[in-house]
Design a binder for this molecule. Sequence first.
Ligand SMILES: [Fe+2]
Length: 254
Amino acid sequence: MIEVGERWAVIADCHGNADALAATLTEIDRLGATRILNLGDHASGPLAAAETLDLIMASSDMTSVRGNHDRYLLGDPATLAPSDAVAYAELTPDHLRWLADLPATLRVDDLFLCHATPARDDVYWLQDVTATGQVVQRARAEVDGFAADHMGEGIQIYLCGHTHVPGIVQLSDGALVVNPGSVGLPGYDDDAPVPHVVESGDPAARFALIERAQNGWQVELRRVTYDASRMVGLALKHQRPGWARVLETGWYTT
Ligand SMILES: [Fe+2]
């Protein structure tokens, strides 16, 4: 039973940014949140993978699910993309075991946790990519469709990350889909399904605060400013100028 007034925090997509995570955890603590739900992509990136996972694994208040990049780190190291490879090189067997034990999705009371959608860890829920690489809002029927298998199960909020874009959408049955945005990486480029760029335009770390009210949850999307200079330096050290740019400005495009 969750008491009225109880506050939880939702984080996602830390991507090895230990300084953004530390600032976010401090803010979550300041706001009096008693539990943290973490939607995955914990370590991947040319930043501070081991330090980030150490912070996450030491948090007794945190419940995590696995992201697509967490899954990649558990596969064949020879197939890793450059940023995943930097993270993999830093991780210990303990880190990898912890990642391997994560569930893909989780039900917590009337919340459903997933990295991207209930069925996939690598599909955008609230966004779509056009044939020319524009990232647009996904059509209503498709947004609803991703929750079809779970309608009628009493879920109030579906929590998802993956796109790194904060947002809240209401489904046809009244449940919400909430993406808290990314703690550690406000934008990126990707080749699939066609080359495209995602960028929040805000260099701050993002998370969501949810508070139990009489009639369900209140949801607030929040931002935390932090000093990104150490992470920018690590991105440059690993020859990832796009990461450095987006960490500094929130924009991937120049
Ligand atoms: Fe991610």
